[in-house]
Design a protein around this ligand. Structure first.
Ligand code: SAM
Length: 292
C-alpha cells in the first residue's frame, strides 16, 4: 500500500535517513494524498503501461505508480535518495531506479528495450529548474509517448495552454501544442509540498497527437521561425526573423514571405497561430529552395 503521501510519514523517512533537501535539484516533495490520486487518475495508467517517472524523490508517487502500472522506471539524480528509494520501494518488484540525470538518459532506447518501442507514459512532479528542457527533449527526440502528466509551476502550465494574443503565449505554447494536447488537471497550492515552493503549481496532462495538427516541410525550420519571432518580443515579426541570422534569405525576401502569408507587414509574432507559423515556415522553405 502506498504510504508516503502525507507529512507524518514523509518526515519519518527524512529523519530516519538524515536527509537534507538540495535546493539545486528543485526538491519539493508531495505530501498530499488527494493530489497524488488526481495525478494517477489523470495519467490513466493501466496494468499494460510502462511508466517513466522523472525525479522520484523519496518514492512517494512511485509507490502509487507501481500499484497502477505494469512496470516503472524512475530516474533520480540525487545519490542520497537512492538508499531511501530501495527502502520505500522494497515491497514492489516492478520498479527500477536509475541514479542518473534525466537530461542524459537515452529515453528512446529505454522505451525500445522496456516497452518494445510502444508509446510510454511519463509522470512526474518535475524539478522546476529544468521543466522546459525535459519536455522539449521528450518531444524533439521523438520518444514514443502516449502522454506526459506532470506537476509544473502554475505559470508554465498556463504558458503551455494559451493561444495568440495573450501575454503568456510564446515558443513553449507553440512547441507543446504542435506535439500534444495540453489540459490543466488541477492547481496545487504550495502547502501540498515539503518544503513549500515560493510559487503556485499545476498538474498538466499533455496527450501526444498521433499526427501534428499542421503539416510542415521542415520541423527544424518551423521551430527556428518560432524562436526567431519570440526572441525579441517587442520587435515586429519581420525584424525578429531578419535579426535571427539563421535563414538564408535577405531582410527583403523575408518581408516578402510575410506578405505572402497575408498578414500586415508590421505584425508581431505573438499574433500568429500555429497554422500561420507552419504556413510561414513552408513559404520560407520554398523561397530558400528557389535561391539555392
Ligand atoms: N517525485 C517526488 C515527489 O513528488 O515528492 C519528488 C519531486 S521533486 C519536485 C523533483 C525531484 O527530481 C527531486 O527528487 C530531485 O532530486 C529530482 N531531480 C532534479 N533534477 C533531476 C535530474 N536532472 N534528473 C533526474 N532527477 C532530478
Amino acid at each position: 500500500m502506498a504510504s508516503l503521501g502525507n507529512s507524518k510519514n514523509t518526515i519519518e523517512v527524512l529523519q530516519k535517513y538524515h536527509f537534507n533537501f538540495q535546493k539545486k535539484f528543485g526538491q519539493n516533495f508531495l505530501i498530499n494524498p488527494g493530489v497524488l490520486e488526481e495525478i494517477i487518475d489523470a495519467a490513466n495508467i493501466t496494468k499494460d503501461d510502462f511508466v517513466l517517472e522523472i525525479g522520484p524523490g523519496i518514492g512517494t508517487m512511485t509507490q502509487y505508480l507501481c500499484e497502477a502500472a505494469r512496470e516503472v522506471v524512475a530516474v533520480e539524480i540525487d545519490t542520497n535518495l537512492i538508499p531511501i528509494l530501495s527502502d520505500t520501494l522494497s515491497a514492489y518488484n516492478n520498479v527500477e531506479v536509475l541514479n542518473e540525470d534525466i537530461l542524459k538518459v537515452d529515453i528512446c532506447k529505454l522505451a525500445k528495450e522496456r516497452n518494445g518501442g510502444n508509446p510510454i507514459k511519463v509522470v512526474a512532479n518535475l524539478p522546476y529548474y529544468i521543466t522546459t528542457p525535459i519536455i522539449m527533449g521528450l518531444f524533439e527526440s521523438h520518444v514514443p509517448i502516449d502522454s506526459i502528466t506532470i506537476m509544473v509551476q502554475k505559470e508554465v502550465a498556463d504558458r503551455m495552454q494559451v493561444g495568440p494574443g495573450t501575454k503568456d503565449y510564446g515558443a513553449l505554447s507553440l512547441a507543446v501544442q504542435y506535439y500534444a494536447k495540453p489540459e490543466i488537471v488541477v492547481n496545487v497550492p504550495p502547502s501540498c509540498f515539503m518544503p513549500q515552493p515560493k510559487v503556485g503549481s499545476a498538474v498538466i496532462r499533455l496527450t501526444r497527437h498521433e499526427k501534428p495538427p499542421v503539416e510542415v516541410q521542415s520541423e527544424k525550420l518551423l521551430f527556428q521561425v518560432i524562436r526567431a519571432s519570440f526572441n525579441q518580443r517587442r520587435k515586429t515579426l519581420a525584424n525578429g526573423l531578419a535579426n535571427y541570422g539563421a535563414f538564408s534569405l535577405t531582410k527583403e525576401e523575408l518581408a516578402a514571405c510575410i506578405e505572402e502569408l497575408g498578414v500586415p507587414a508590421n505584425v508581431r509574432g505573438e499574433a500568429l497561430t500555429l497554422s500561420q507559423f507552419a504556413e510561414l515556415s513552408n513559404i520560407i522553405f520554398n523561397s530558400s529552395a528557389m535561391h539555392n
